[in-house]
Design a protein around this ligand. Sequence first.
Ligand SMILES: Cc1cc2nc3c(=O)[nH]c(=O)nc-3n(C[C@H](O)[C@H](O)[C@H](O)COP(=O)(O)O)c2cc1C
Length: 205
Amino acid sequence: MVEPCQAGSPDHAPEHPQDLFVDWFAAAIAAGVTEPHAMTLSTVDADGLPDARVLILKGVTDDGAWTFAGSAQSTKGVQLGARPAAALTFHWKEQIRSIRVRGTVAQVPAPAARRDFLARGPAARTVALSAQQSSQLTDPGSFNRALSAPRQQLEEEPETVPETWRVWQLVPASVEFWQGQEDRNHLRLQYVRSGSSWEHHRLQP
Ligand SMILES: Cc1cc2nc3c(=O)[nH]c(=O)nc-3n(C[C@H](O)[C@H](O)[C@H](O)COP(=O)(O)O)c2cc1C
């Protein structure tokens, strides 16, 4: 376990950023941080205009990929299709901590996306089956009424998975851990990928 102050010190930093992330995540849960797995996913559109929204972090793999899920038809899905690069931002207010992850994005193979979808609750699956996420909602009433068809479909065929469901993984080029300090001399530890390994260093506050 890396103590908060040690986290800013390259002398105590683990070799891989995902290990420090997992330590910090466990500490966030222990500290009662509300929804530590909620993060901002930033993307860019085809014109280079930034976009951002909140998503749930699905996990961090042992080899250091941050995963998240959604629809290929959504705005983020279209943006990631055109420009497979993104940033993730976590803010854990109770601990005065933030983490930034930047890198390239790839889709995980379909069987893993399928497993992710089937692990979702019935309401989430029903809406995902009927919605073209992020398309204009012209008639809320008829959309709500139309939910009965996918609801019934899921009762009859619980293994149904929409073809558009995706799990993406972000493979970072850099990861920054930020620990706020009362004297504003904040600790910033940045990892930068260097070939098959990582280098890390402090940043000025
Ligand atoms: C706490 C929280 C968690 C969310 N988790 C997800 C998620 O895991 N996947 C998802 O597609 N949208 C999630 N959303 C909704 C997104 O913020 C967003 O509205 C949606 O993905 C459409 O974004 P887009 O139009 O940029 O594609 C979440 C919203 C909140 C507030």
